[in-house]
Write a protein that binds this ligand. Structure first.
Ligand code: SAH
Ligand code: SF4
Length: 352
C-alpha cells in the first residue's frame, strides 16, 4: 500500500491549516480534533458538511500506518507491531506500572544507526527516519488498546535526536491543547548522547524531559560499548547537559544499562558518580534485558547478578545519588528496553 495522497495525522495545527487552505482555520481545528480522537475516516467528522467530507477524502489520507499484530505480557505490557505505508515494521509498547500509570514507549526511527553493542535495535542498522505522522500514530494505536495513557517515553526503536525535525512536529501535535493536549512534563526523550541535538533542544525546545543513556562514565569503555561516544565525547556531553538544565530547569535522568561483568565494577559506579557531579540528576538503572547471541569483544553478554546490581546501587547511594531501578517489563514478549526489533529485519518478521 503506497500513499499518494498527503497524510494529515501528526501535522501541527498550523501546518494542517496551511495544507487545508482555502478552508478557514476553524475547519482545520475541527479536523485536528477529530484526528486527536482517532476517528477512522473523514465520514465520521460529523460537524463537516457531507460534500466537504467527501472532498477531503478524495484529496487526503488521515493516517498512514496500521496495527499489524499485538502481543500482551501477563505483567500488563502490550507490544504493537505497526506496519508503515512502505511495508516497514516498527514497534510501540504500552507499559503499566504498579500504581496503574500508563506510559507509551514510542519509536522514532525504523532501526537505528548507532550500533550500541547491547541493543537489538542497533543490530539492524537504520532503515529510515519516521515522519511526524508515523510517530504520532503510534500513540493513537496504543490509545486504542488503553484509553488512559498520559505519559510518553521515546525509548523505543531509534535515536530521537537524529530525527529531531519530525519528532518536533509530532510533539507539537501531541501537546497542542486543541487536540490531545498531553503535558510536556509527562514526556521524556531518551538519547544516547547526541551533542548537537541536545544543544538544539536546549535552545529551541520543546521543554520535554531528557534522559541520557550513559551506561558508563568511563570514556574508553563507553566508546567500545556505544560507538556514538567517539564523535560525542563525554566531557562535552556533560557541558551541554549542564546548559540544557540551566535552560529548561528540569532534572535530567542518567540511564545505565548494567551488563554483567562489564560495567558493574567499582570504577564504573565511581565514573558515573563523577559524571553526575554538578548536574541535578536521577539515576535509572536498567539490568540488561537478554538478547540472544549478543557479544562484546568476543564475550557473550549476560545479565548482571543480584549482587552486582545491589552493590552498584549502594555505592551510588553512598555518594548521595538518587537511584531507581527500572522494573522489568515485557520480557516475555521481547518488549523490554533494547529488545525491540527481530533479527533478520522487520519485513521478514511476522507479528502474531
Ligand atoms: N536511542 C535512544 C533511545 C532508545 S533506547 C537511547 O539509546 O537512549 C532506550 C534505552 O534502552 C536506552 O537507555 C538503552 O541504553 C536501553 N537499552 C538498549 N538495549 C538494552 C537491553 N538489551 N537491555 C536493557 N536496556 C537496553
Ligand atoms: Fe540506537 Fe539507543 Fe539502541 Fe543505541 S541503545 S543502538 S542509540 S536505539
Amino acid at each position: 500500500m503506497y500513499h499518494l495522497k498527503p497524510v494529515l495525522s501528526g501535522l501541527p495545527l498550523d501546518a494542517l491549516a496551511e495544507i487545508l487552505k482555502p478552508l478557514p482555520k476553524f475547519r482545520a481545528e475541527q479536523v485536528f480534533q477529530w484526528i486527536a480522537r482517532g476517528v477512522s475516516s473523514f465520514q465520521a467528522m460529523t460537524n463537516l458538511a457531507l460534500p466537504l467530507r467527501e472532498d477531503l477524502e478524495r484529496r487526503f489520507s488521515l493516517y498512514s500506518s496500521v496495527i499489524a499484530g499485538r502481543v500482551a505480557d501477563p505483567d500488563g505490557t502490550v507490544k504493537l507491531y505497526i506496519r508503515l505505508h512502505d511495508g516497514e515494521r516498527i514497534e510501540a509498547v504500552l507499559l503499566s506500572d504498579g500504581e496503574g500509570r500508563k506510559t507509551a514507549c514510542l519509536s522514532t526511527q525504523a532501526g537505528c544507526p548507532l550500533a550500541c553493542v547491547f541493543c537489538k535495535t542497533g543490530t539492524r542498522g537504520l532503515t529510515r527516519n519516521l515522519d511526524s505522522g508515523e510517530i504520532f500514530e503510534q500513540f493513537l494505536h496504543l490509545r486504542s488498546v488503553e484509553p488512559e495513557i498520559a505519559n510518553i517515553v521515546f525509548m523505543g526503536m531509534g535515536e530521537p535526536l537524529l530525527n529531531l525535525p519530525e519528532l518536533r512536529k509530532a510533539l507539537e501535535a501531541l501537546t497542542d491543547g486543541r487536540g490531545l493536549g498531553l503535558s510536556k512534563r509527562r514526556i521524556t526523550l531518551s538519547t544516547s548522547g547526541i551533542i548537537a541535538g541536545i544543544r538544539n533542544l536546549a535552545a529551541a525546545g520543546p521543554a520535554v524531559g531528557l534522559a541520557l543513556s550513559l551506561t558508563t562514565g568511563d570514556s574508553n569503555l563507553r566508546s567500545r560499548l556505544m560507538p556514538v561516544t567517539l564523535s560525542n565525547p563525554l566531557p562535552y556531553l556533560k557541558d551541554v547537559l549542564y546548559d540544557y538544565q540551566q535552560q529548561q530547569g528540569r532534572r535530567i535522568t542518567l540511564e545505565a544499562v548494567l551488563l554483567g561483568g562489564i560495567n558493574t565494577r567499582q570504577e564504573d559506579s565511581d565514573a558515573l558518580a563523577a559524571f553526575a557531579s554538578g548536574l541535578e540528576v536521577m539515576v535509572n538503572l536498567i539490568p540488561w534485558n537478554p538478547v540472544e547471541g549478543m557479544t562484546f569483544e568476543g564475550q557473550a553478554l549476560r545479565e548482571p547478578s543480584g549482587r552486582e546490581i545491589t552493590g552498584y546501587i549502594q555505592r551510588l547511594e553512598q555518594r548521595g545519588l538518587k537511584v531507581t531501578r527500572r522494573l522489568r517489563k515485557g520480557l516475555g514478549i521481547a518488549g523490554a528496553c533494547g529488545q525491540l526489533g527481530p533479527p533478520g529485519g522487520f519485513k521478514a518478521h511476522e507479528g502474531p
